[in-house]
Structure formats: C-alpha cells, structure tokens
Design a protein around this ligand. Sequence first.
Ligand code: HEM
Length: 408
Amino acid sequence: MTENETAALPLGLALTPLNPAYQEDPFALLDQVREAGRIVHDPQLGRHIVGRFEDVQAILNDRDLAVDPRKATENSFSARLRRLDDSAREPSMLFLDPPDHTRLRSLVTKAFTPRAIERMRPRIEEIATELIDKIGDQASFDLMTEFCQPYPTIVIAEMLGVDPADQADFKRWTDDSVAAGFDPFASEETKQRALVAGEQMENYLRRAIAERRDDPRDDLITALIHAEDEGDFFNDDEVRSMVGLLLAAGNVTTTDLLGNGMKNLLQHQDQVQLLRDDPSLIPNAVEEMLRTEGPVTFSGRITVDDREIAGCPMHAGQSITVALGAANYDPRLHKDPHKFDVTREDIDHLAFGGGRRYCLGAPLARLEAQIGVRTLITRFPSLRLAEQELRWKKVPVFRGLESLIVLT
Ligand code: HEM
C-alpha cells in the first residue's frame, strides 16, 4: 500500500471514540481498514491492524505471539498501555504470557467453572427480575443505569461473595481502573482516579481474603484461595489480582453487550417480535448481538521474533491490533454482514477473542445476556427506543453506551 493510500484511511485517533464519525459508526470505518489490505500500518498509534476474519483468527490462535506489554518496542501501542500502569504490581493474567499465564489460567479454571456459573442461573434470573421490579411502571427509563450497569455487577459481586452493600464501590473501582487502563490518551485526572481506586480495592480485597482464610465460605474468593493444580496454589497477591480482573472483565463488558445489543434489537421491532414468538431464538440473538456490536472492538498481540504476520514481514516487539469488530463484519465469511438478523445461521464471531486466551467469562456473559434479553422483552411488551442522540463511552478498545433511554 502506498503512503497516500494509508493517509486516506481512518487510522490513529480517527479509529477511536475520540472521533465523532467513529462513535457514530465504527464498523463503517473498520470496513475501510479491513478492505485496504490484510495488514495496515497505523504510525500514529505505533501498531499494525489486522481485520480479516481468517487472519484475526489465526493471530488469536498463534501460540508464538505474546501479550505482555513489557515485550513491546518503545512507543508501540502496547508499550503505551504499559506506561499507564507503572506500579510495582504484577500485571493481571490478561497481560501475562506463559508460563505465568498457563499457571494462573489453569488455577482460575478450577474455581470459575461452568458448574459454578450454571449454579448461579436461578439467582441471575432473580436479580434481573428484582431490577425490573424496581423500575416499576415508569413510562420511560435509562436502560443503562437502571438495568445494564447494575445487573452484571451484582451477579459477579454475589459470585465472589462480597457484601451487597459494597457493590457501588466495586462498580466505581472497576470503572475507574478500566477508564485509565485501556486508554493511552487518559488524562492525569483519570490516571489519578484509577490509582486511588486500585488502592481502595486492594485494601478491601486484602481484608476479604484474610477473613476467608480464617473462615472459608461458599463463594468464589474462597474457591480461588483453595484452587489447586498439582500442589500449586494462588498466593494472596494473585488471588487479589484475579478477583480484580474478574470484577473488571465481568462488569463493563456484559453491561455494554446488553446495552449495544438491546439498542440493535429495539431498532428492529420485527426482530423483537420474532423473539417474543419464539424465545428459543434468544441464544442466537445474543450471538448476533456479539457479532454486530460486541463490547470489545480490539484485542492485541506482540511479536517476539522476526517473522511474517498476515503476509507482512515484522520485527520482534511490534504491536499487532486485531480488529475483532472488523473481522465480525468480514463479507468473506458473513453474508450481508451489516444486517442484524436474529435468525442468522451458524454465527461465527470473534467477540470473545480466541486461542488460549479465549474469554474465560464467555459462558457467564452469554447466560447473563440471554436472561437479561428474555426478562426485558417479556416484562415490557411494548419496549422501544426513545428519540435521542446516543452518547458513547470514550475508552478506545471498548464500545458501550453512556445511556439508552427506552419507553415502556
Ligand atoms: C460480553 C462480555 C464479554 C466479552 C465480549 C469479553 C471479551 C473478551 C476478550 C476479547 C478477551 C481477550 C481474548 C483474546 O485476546 O484472545 C477476554 C479475555 C478475558 N475475559 Fe472476557 N469478555 C466478556 C465478559 C467476561 C466476563 C463476564 C468475565 C468474567 C467474569 C470475563 C473474563 C475474562 C478474562 C479473565 C479474560 C482473560 C483470559 C486470559 O487472558 O486467559 N470476560 N474477554
């Protein structure tokens, strides 16, 4: 690709929510990047972007690529994210490579099991119902603040076993950390808030872990303390970091999946009717929500040696951005990709990433979303969108609404 061709593409800040056109329709801009070539250099942000489904999938599955930002070249996108967190703390599993990642992932898998998630099903249904009962018979309400935000926070907080009265703190701590942790343009104020939030959460969890060491309970924090893999256990710092990761990962993403997904669904009342007529379509509808507007638009990998990526020779330490939100609209795989269709067959998407780092919380996110959609459309038989200008959050790798006003 010539420099002129690259200059015409929406790259750098233009490919972030700081650009109003990106906020309005990121997928149109991502289409341009994906169709410009298998790999596109983004000099402003120090990264190479890959957006075709097959290439993105191959990169996610590639065991010779890293994620630890300490391995990235100075000034690359990954290294910029690293500088946001100069604390002495060990990074969470999300930013570690094998053997550390293998060990932590294998231990958390012993505690955060499909059984533990399935056991939550009746309680998740109750939580959804309780939130809707609270909304009552208001003629209109903000779906984000009244439902999508509190819902997954309450679920993960109850799974972990933290006091329901402390849930507001959990939400604030994770929102503040995520706002700084994934935004290379975060202001000093945002970074400072994240630092304070990190300390407060650390102190809180230190106490929660000590209490459970003395007095084990039937909750996920206790299960993490006792998780064992061939005589190996988490130490207290690792439990703390894992709980922080589960909280943050479980909070923001599921909120945004439901917000984006319900927006898309309510824009197509014929599709809502299909789900009301046949609720067994709801799991498929959630997959279509993940494909068309999943909450995580980008993930990343780092090269650790000189090699080819998507047909392009690269050096070690280069930052590769995989555009999940571009791959999910790749016409090479998806017929009529911009159509939102809850009856679409064999939906294949990369909204949860892939390979050995495939989202650990995917079964929980799916369960919460399916129950959330069902409860909302059942309890509000005329649910529709109010006229409004949508306001989007500004964290670069995520896609989520600040608010979504609906009429009942
Ligand atoms: C709709 C909701 C969610 C989406 C779209 C999502 C998406 C993702 C993505 C894209 C990754 C990175 C994968 C990669 O780079 O290959 C990831 C990793 C992860 N997610 Fe999720 N996630 C969601 C919900 C959750 C929930 C509810 C939890 C836990 C409570 C969770 C926990 C994690 C963890 C622990 C990792 C790191 C896995 C690893 O490094 O081995 N996620 N997720």
